[in-house]
Design a protein. Sequence first.
Length: 444
Amino acid sequence: MLRRFVPLLAAFALTACSSGSQVAPPAPAAALADAPRNVILFIADGFGPTSATMGAAASGVLGRPFVLDSGLRGSVETSPTDSRVTDSAAGATAYSCGLKTYNGAIGVTDDRQPCETVLEAAEARGMATGLVATSRITHATPASFASHVESRGEEAEIAAQLAASGVEVMFGGGRRFFTGREDGRDLVQEMTAAGASVATDRAGYDALAAVPAVALLADSHLAYEVDRGRTDEPSLAEMTTKALDLLSAAGSENGFFLMVEASRIDHAGHGNDPVGHLHDILAYDEAVAAALAWAEADGTTLVVGTADHETGGMTLGRDGVYAWDPQPLLDATMSQEAIGAAIAAGADPVETFEAGLAMDLEDGVEDAIRGLTESQDQGALRQLLVDLISKPAGIGWTTGGHTAADVDLYAWGPGAAMFTGQLSNDEVGRRLFRVLGLTPPSAE
């Protein structure tokens, strides 16, 4: 446990702050001796401090380091303007625009006016830019960096704005909002006509060799990491590395800005699925490790990691028992989503539960599964699945939604000291502008 706090204590020695206060504004980027040329921003959707503890413990069981621990520098307060608990739209807009707004807002202020994002400011300065996500690329977090709508549900409009945004690299899901649209537009054709290489499958993705490069690898979200081996989708680490190589090869003398979202950590939190949650946490850590290796070789790249909010109110230890064990989660082979899809497609429910959870079920549990499947009581069946895997691991859940918990803040490389201490999410956003020598809209 001490290892997670050593870098944090050192960080607090650099910048005086206290538990409910915010550190003083940093010096302008122009005054920084170690201002970065490139910035990689990781946002792990739904990743709270307990998620980090879970990932570190599981990494220890696997005999490998949990790379995120090496860059822990502080924490982030995440509230929007209309609540104490944020959604991903307001949370991401705080990072992208450097200002707080209402839940549901995508790149707009509290009074529904578009705000320039750090990605757009980087584009305007001649930097190359990229977005990578394991969700639909039109989902709240990636959308908040390159589009502006009053409600996150306007994904068709978000797709149209992304297609015309000039972002050099976009990898993720959400294909259905680009082609086969109700308005008859084919955004894949429009992007291709504008000079972009657009992939809609793995073969096309592998062939992408120059920017502008777009990969829409699923109609909706990409698979959970634990399920990805049954698909041909690339991992988050693979997409991150490919995006970095493409942006670097673009040859912009002004560098690049890349936002990478580990999206599905959040979805598993909503479903109280510890298997999906843990495996996507480990995939996130692998992506950060890949980015750090790339950045170390480059020498001019800042890597920042944080989350938009915590999801699920997860506990490690439950029902008064002072224990938890990541091994059942590491042994499992399917997410709740995959188990449900297999049963819906006609697979035997008991066999699917046993295979997916890597456990033998008692007769009474088998009877309950068959009965709930036959009665189509999806809510009770899902709760049974939650309990079957969460209880042996010693994991509890307090909600199927978001919480107001502060989230971790990580940074490595030139300019990392700017991301130190206890900060609000909009202050983190403003520092992303300043570390690149840009002016955040809230400061104009």
